[in-house]
Design a protein around this ligand. Structure first.
Ligand code: BGC
Length: 510
């Protein structure tokens, strides 16, 4: 039998073709990424629109109008304004625990459908908002959608993907996130020019399109064989596996899934189970990867690029324009990751990007330190272009490393028995740290000034060292063979695998 718990394996390459059903399933499920990305990208532009500020944040609006009242670095330092951006992530981190229950008991497909419906409801509240309360309720609903979508989709993708292209298919999710951000940047660029006061409503309302795509898509898509089998639908699971792989004999893979799902079925309390010794390596890696992903500082740029570029003295148009450029770089560089991840592996991408992100951030900090004073109002063309290029270099390297791999690696390293609960911890940690950055960045910028980029670069150094010493390579390893072929062989993590010999029921050592 191929792989599984307590069974030594020589490594299995299951037979699979690239089928239309696989492609369609991936495209539909990854559209949840579009929705998430659109939300990430839209808030920065909206929060720099005068009509929006006048209606919901009059103090910020006033500060902006009276020149010289606040220094460059503190123009947008307002807790309420940051709460508009961050409330979504707060809701998402709570929702993901509920989503853990639904992905396990009702399946990945159903959870994606619920995400789509929540997104639609949130969009309606936002676009029709008459006051701050409606706006925040809308953001909270969107956040619940993100919690459900980000829980179910990476699992869905990693489970339906044939091993040898699992990395690339999983990255479709991230690719859609980046496309969502870019589309949001374009939309903001267009709507910020409208003079009828409806610009922000259109920006927020257009989120309905990806929300609808995900809702309708998840009605069409089939659930993963792993999820069907785990819920006792063995025949249906096998049939979907056959169709999705495009081969008649799927027995070896089917048996491995059944075996993994038996182990998973023995788990009574999934979160307690997650704390068991044998799950410790994947849990630690999953948590620190989320913290590291957010402490690269990427969302300082994704959420607040227009605001940041205005701080640098770019005019309002130029700053929206610049965020379209960084958005474009983000999408194109994700394609690089998609092409390389299953060939060169995960570690090389993360290590190369660590060096590039570090140098780019040090460069931005130095230029800002030299040129952006509290009341200076222009960087000048040469410095402006230099800063923009360094920001692009930072975004590019993030986009082929921590962006996609932050989601991919945790979704493929948990054993089946810990996968749903593990993914909740992943999403929850990610959202918690996204929330912290969203809530704190504008205040940190105000107080630490250009030093904020030194702060992020120090984190990049730490995460690169972590990758070099502690992150194993998971390229081309079947998803249900990680314990045997990755953790048991790793110089450090193998010590946590000592309770595996007795199978999942073995004595736990803490
Ligand atoms: C992160 C988001 C980020 C996006 C940028 C994602 O992987 O989770 O927080 O905004 O990448 O492309």
């Amino acid at each position: 039998m191929a792989g599984g718990f307590g069974v030594a394996t020589g490594g299995t390459e299951f037979k699979a073709k690239f089928t239309l059903l696989l492609l369609i399933s991936c495209m539909i499920s990854a559209s949840g990424g579009l929705m998430f990305g659109y939300d990430v990208g839209i808030s920065g532009g909206v929060t720099s629109m005068p009509d929006f500020l006048k209606k919901f944040f009059p103090t910020v609006y006033k500060n902006q109008q009276v020149s010289g009242l606040t220094g460059n670095y503190c123009k947008y330092d307002n807790q309420g304004l940051q709460l508009f951006t961050s409330s979504l992530y707060l809701a998402a981190l709570i929702a993901t625990f509920l989503a853990s229950y639904t992905t396990k008991t009702w399946g990945r497909k159903m959870t994606m459908l619920m995400a789509g419906i929540l997104f639609l409801a949130g969009t309606i509240f936002n676009a029709a908002a008459l006051n701050l309360a409606m706006l925040i309720v809308g953001r909270l609903l969107l956040g619940c959608g993100v919690g459900f979508a980000n829980q179910a989709i990476p699992l869905f993708l990693s489970e339906i993907a044939p091993t040898r292209i699992r990395g690339a298919l999983n990255i479709l999710f991230q690719l859609n996130i980046t496309i969502g951000i870019l589309v949001a940047n374009f939309v903001n660029y267009g709507t910020s020019r409208l003079t009828n006061g409806y610009g922000w409503r259109i920006s927020l309302g257009l989120a309905g399109i990806p929300a609808l795509l995900l809702t309708v898509g998840s009605l069409i898509v089939a659930d993963t064989p792993n999820s069907l089998i785990a819920r006792g639908k063995l025949e249906e699971g096998k049939e979907i596996l056959r169709r999705i792989r495009g081969v008649d004999n799927v027995d070896p893979e089917y048996l491995e899934i059944v075996e993994a799902s038996h182990a998973a079925a023995e788990v009574k309390n999934p979160f307690q189970n997650l704390l068991k010794r044998r799950n410790r390596p994947s849990l630690v890696i999953a948590i620190v990867m989320q913290i590291f992903q957010q402490f690269t500082g990427i969302n300082a740029i994704m959420f607040y690029a227009p605001v940041l570029f205005q701080t640098l003295g770019f005019k309002s148009d130029a700053s929206l324009y610049s965020s379209v450029i960084t958005g474009g770089v983000n999408v194109l560089s994700t394609l690089v990751s998609l092409a390389l991840v299953d060939k060169v592996g995960r570690r090389i991408l993360l290590i190369e990007a660590g060096v590039q992100m570090f140098l780019s951030q040090m460069g931005v900090a130095t230029l800002m330190g030299l040129k952006v004073k509290d009341h200076s109002n222009n960087l000048g063309l040469v410095f402006g272009i230099l800063v923009l290029s360094l920001v692009c270099s930072f975004v590019a390297s993030f986009a082929w490393s921590w962006g996609p791999l932050g989601w991919l690696i945790p979704s493929e390293t948990f054993a089946a028995e810990a996968r749903s609960a593990g993914q909740s911890v992943v999403v929850c940690t990610n959202m918690l740290f996204t929330f912290i950055i969203a809530q704190a960045f504008l205040s940190m910028l105000c107080h630490m000034k250009f030093g904020i980029f030194l702060f992020f670069s120090a984190w990049v150094l730490v995460m690169t060292l972590f990758t070099i010493f502690l992150l194993p390579e998971t390229k081309n390893i079947p998803i249900d063979e990680m314990n045997e072929r990755v953790w048991k062989k790793h110089w450090y993590w193998k010590r946590y695998m000592d309770d595996l010999e007795d199978g999942p029921k073995g004595e736990d050592q803490v």
